[in-house]
Design a protein around this ligand. Structure first.
Ligand code: APR
Length: 232
């Protein structure tokens, strides 16, 4: 195992699948039950706020029924015990990385347990249901909504992610189909700057060809194994 100094890790729905949270594009995927256009676009929120808020309320409520799995826990061990620069970027909006012990998680697509005011931009930790018209505790406007990046919107902290990708020497992709950009392009940026690239996934992803190394299997098997190898 080379002596890496700077690692960027990208996770997707596959790392939470074994905790019982549905992925998006699997056989029983979330998008199978909903048209993206109906629940995950700015137009959908304007057209049918009740449906959109309810979709995220249901996913937020599900968090109480699930727990982090060994893959989440292994990444928190990496954060605690590895001495290099580590950036954990997740496309997931669940809180399983945090509940698995990771303190520094970049949620590029937002978080179910956060509410965002469309008026003042203030974020609030949110646990329960969030009906349309909820008042913002900061500015008082009735415009508190799910803190979720919809299709067509720019994911959060892209500059920080890009900087990290351009200076990393290892990029690891875990449990993502590589179906959605810009996340799907991270591997190419990492390769461009000469980083090693590793994919840990149940099935080959759309970007598998760009990875120097790929292991197919369940995240809760592959991730603890990889972290143990890296920590030596
Ligand atoms: N272990 C490892 N990988 C798994 C497991 C598992 N137990 N189960 C499923 N996978 C893999 C699948 O093979 C698939 O490649 O996880 C991936 C899940 O793909 P998607 O359902 O497309 O989820 P994701 O890649 O996170 O989607 C990216 O698309 O819909 C948007 O905003 C949404 O953040 C999401 C983004």
């Amino acid at each position: 195992m080379p002596d890496y100094r700077s690692i960027v890790i990208l996770t997707g729905a596959g790392i939470s699948a074994e905790s019982g949270l549905a992925t998006f594009r699997g056989p029983d995927g979330l998008w199978e039950g909903h048209r993206v256009e109906d629940v995950c676009t700015p137009q959908a929120l304007r057209r049918d706020p009740e449906l959109v808020h309810r979709f995220y309320d249901e996913r937020r409520a599900k968090l109480a029924e699930v727990a982090p799995n060994p893959a989440h826990i292994a990444l928190s061990r990496l954060e605690r015990e590895w001495g290099g620069d580590l950036l954990l970027v997740t496309q997931n909006v669940d809180d399983l990385h945090e509940r698995g012990g990771s303190d520094h998680v970049l949620h590029m697509h937002g978080e179910l347990k956060s509410a965002l005011c469309a008026e003042c931009g203030q974020r609030t930790v949110w646990e329960g249901s969030l009906p349309p018209g909820t008042f913002c505790q900061s500015c008082g406007a009735p415009r508190l909504g799910p803190d979720i990046v919809f299709f067509g919107e720019m994911p959060y902290e892209m500059d920080r992610i890009d900087d990290a990708l351009r200076t990393c020497d290892l990029f690891v992709s875990i449990g993502t189909s590589g179906a959605v950009y810009p996340a799907a392009g991270f591997v190419q940026t990492a390769r461009y700057v000469g980083a090693d690239t590793l994919e840990l996934n149940l099935d080959p992803s759309a970007g598998s060809i760009y990875f120097h190394e790929a292991h197919m299997g369940r995240a809760s098997d592959l991730v603890p194994e990889w972290v143990a190898q890296l920590l030596g």
